[in-house]
Design a binder for this molecule. Sequence first.
Ligand SMILES: Cc1cc2nc3c(=O)[nH]c(=O)nc-3n(C[C@H](O)[C@H](O)[C@H](O)COP(=O)(O)O)c2cc1C
Length: 356
Amino acid sequence: MLEIDFLGYRLRNPLMLTEGPLSGTESLLLKASESEAGLIFTKGIRLEEQKSPVPFLNIHKGSLINADWSCIGIENWIGIIEKLEMETPLVVSIAKNYVDSETAVSMAERLVIAGAKIISFVDYDPLQLVETVGLARRRIKVPLMVKLTPFLPDLEKHLKALVNAGIDGIAAMDSIGPILLIDTNTGAPVLGSKDGSGYISGKNILPVTLKYIYEISRFVDIPVVGVGGVTDTDSALQMIMAGATGVGMVTSPMIRGLKQFTKISDGLKQYLIETETGNINKIRGLTHSVNKARAISTDYKAVIREEKCNNCGACRKVCYSNAISADSDWHTVNRVICIGCGLCSGVCSENAIYFK
Ligand SMILES: Cc1cc2nc3c(=O)[nH]c(=O)nc-3n(C[C@H](O)[C@H](O)[C@H](O)COP(=O)(O)O)c2cc1C
């Protein structure tokens, strides 16, 4: 029901723990492998051991901000991978952005000799990724992935170059930054990095990731891992409908624990049963086909389903056109005044409003 094929592996579900603190050491990897995650990415591997200036994490309105570039260093990672016994497939992720392409490929070669079965390169510069993958493809036999940063311009051009260079899969996206948060008691940044800047991840970045995955999956037909802002079953479903094969998470399991993988995979199963869809692969990219058939209109008006309306009045409060009025048991919309903006449905806790 939830199984997917991914770079030669049959995964029990599409949920993945991507690069972050929860996969930064051997003991954390082993703990993560006891979760329901279908696949795990190591934290980004750097040449040298590196610590992050503290504090490097903070929570802001449900999202995480971080200045975490810590790593235990490649020598330690090689030691771990040589003896790692883990059933969950592992992507070994290389922080390419700190080294040149030749060095990144040499790191990958050493990690493959140690036992890495899938390699991913992460860089902010797509041209660097193309160069690295081009070099790696000639020297490394295992599947190669890249992880893209948000807001890549000339997306189609870069994706084609990456596919031509030989990538087998793509993950997108990294956390968004640089960002800044200030402690108003002191005026000092809340994060410990030199100028206080960091990166934001978690639920508030979901719409950005969804659009990115939607666009990426228009241009490539290799597996895409959508990561950024997934926190529950609904956001995981949205990611798959946008075109993702795999659904990555870091912030949600950090804040709510690794049980998130069980909760969301149970939720996905329930969705497939209730909608009689049967198989997760059937809804991948659904939004692309829906959009092709979609009629757009400037004339739709809000309709309140009386059987669902609890008469709370939230819709009336936000209606700046004054098109909504209270009846004794429910609210109604004046269809002459309504401009169909959509704000009312966004505040309706009962999902009672649709547009016609
Ligand atoms: C504390 C922290 C550390 C991270 N470290 C890495 C890293 O080493 N390499 C990397 O490619 N991405 C790293 N990421 C980015 C995540 O893999 C992921 O792309 C991003 O957080 C968006 O997913 P989320 O909203 O589920 O957290 C890190 C994210 C966080 C929050």
